[in-house]
Every structure is written in C-alpha cells, then in structure tokens.
Write a protein that binds this ligand. Structure first.
Ligand SMILES: *Cc1c(COP(=O)(O)O)cnc(C)c1O
Length: 219
C-alpha cells in the first residue's frame, strides 16, 4: 500500500487521473480516502455501487468499471459519472435509452479486449469500427464516447503488458483521427491497475484504476 498523496504525486507530472477502486471495501474506508480529497471512485458491480452511492457524499464521481448487463443499466443511469466498461453496441444503446429517461448524457469508454490471454468482455477492433459506421450509432444522443479502456494480462512479463497497452494507445489514436477528430471529449485512455500502472503511464494512459495499492489487498 502507499499513501494517497504519494500516489497522486506520481501521477501528477503525466496529468493522469486517478480512479480509486473501492470494490469490496466498506463505507468507512472509502470515506477515509474521500476525506483526503479523492473524488473519483470505481466499482465493478451494480448491486454494490448503488448502496455505496446512496450512503456516501454526493460529490463523489462514480465510475462503473465492471461488466454491465443491459437490464441493469437503469439502476446506475440516474447518477453514474462514467461507464468505463461498455463492451457491446447493444449495451451502449440501452445506456443511451436509460440516460434519456433521466435527461442525462452519460460519459462512456469502450472496453477493448487487449489481453493476450482469453478475456471474457470487451470489443475487438473490428466490432468497434462496425459500430461506429452503423447509422444507428449516430442516433444516440445521450451517451458521449470519451475514449477507450483496457485491462492488461495479469502477468510478470512486463514486455507483454507494455505491448498490450501500446496496442490500445495505437488504436485510440487511429479512432481519434478517423472518427473523433472534431470531438474534444474523446481523449481518455483508461489503462493501468495496482500492478502495472507505471508501465501504463509510460505508454500513454490518461486514467488509472487503482484499488489494492490504496485500500489494501481484497479478502
Ligand atoms: C479491481 C479492478 C481494478 C483495480 O485492481 P487493483 O489491482 O486492486 O488495483 C481495476 N480495474 C478493474 C476493471 C477492476 O475490476
């Protein structure tokens, strides 16, 4: 574990945003970090996020970072600040629908399959481009695509991690110039966790999702 201020000092020179991943951690421990000034927190499960949102200060910006089933989008739409784990067009359309019902625009990241190991969730590059070219995509007015998210392979092999992050950055740049050149808000690359955030920052991360390093190991 490292103190929050020390982690923030490491992130500051590269202007990297910190998402403090509080999954499985109790309200009191989240408040301790909140009281040190942290405002962006990440949770991976809707059933855990909603009660924490209700119990904690309302100026927290909640990021959903885990797989979201379409039928649960309605529970987070009223308050979520960003959904980092959009992994299908179907889900994006449902988020748009639920956001419209709340008269909100929800910031989203497209989660990419970047791990060389088998990963369950995430778009392939082909799927993303297919979605972006689909006329229906242009009809979505209550979601804002702010960039990409990726989870690297859990490995000691730093070269592999670096390759995966580099690939995500490359694809981001390609999308930026092809589809989002005039969209200022398309600028986030969420990559890096407790074990690999230093490599992620070297490879161009703009947002790291860090849990155990701040809150301690999860049980
Ligand atoms: C749990 C989780 C993290 C944080 O993991 P740590 O290794 O504890 O930093 C980051 N991103 C996602 C998607 C997670 O589920």
């Amino acid at each position: 574990m490292i103190p929050l201020h020390q982690l923030l000092e490491e992130l500051a020179p590269a202007h990297v945003r910190l998402v403090a991943v509080s999954k499985t951690k109790p309200i009191e421990q989240i408040l301790e970090i909140y009281n040190q000034g942290q405002r962006i927190f990440g949770e991976n499960i809707v059933q855990e996020l909603v009660p924490k949102y209700e119990a904690l200060p309302k100026d927290i910006q909640w990021h959903l970072i885990g797989h979201l089933q379409s039928n649960k989008a309605k529970y987070v739409a009223p308050f979520v600040d960003m959904i980092e784990s959009v992994d299908s067009f179907k889900l994006l359309m449902e988020i748009d629908k639920q956001a419209a019902k709340c008269s909100r625009t929800i910031d989203c990241l497209l989660e990419m399959k970047i791990a060389e190991e088998e990963s369950k969730y995430g778009f392939t590059r082909e799927e993303v481009e297919e979605m972006l070219r689909n006329p229906e995509f242009k009809s979505l007015h209550n979601v804002r695509i702010c960039g990409l998210m990726g989870i690297g392979t859990f490995t000691e092999d730093e070269a592999q991690t670096r390759r995966e992050f580099r690939g995500l950055k490359e694809f981001f740049s390609q999308l930026k110039s092809t589809y989002f050149a005039d969209k200022d808000h398309f600028r986030q690359i969420s990559m890096g966790m407790s074990g690999d955030y230093k490599i992620a920052i070297e490879e161009g991360s703009t947002m790291v999702r860090i849990g155990s390093l701040i809150f301690g190991e999860r049980g």
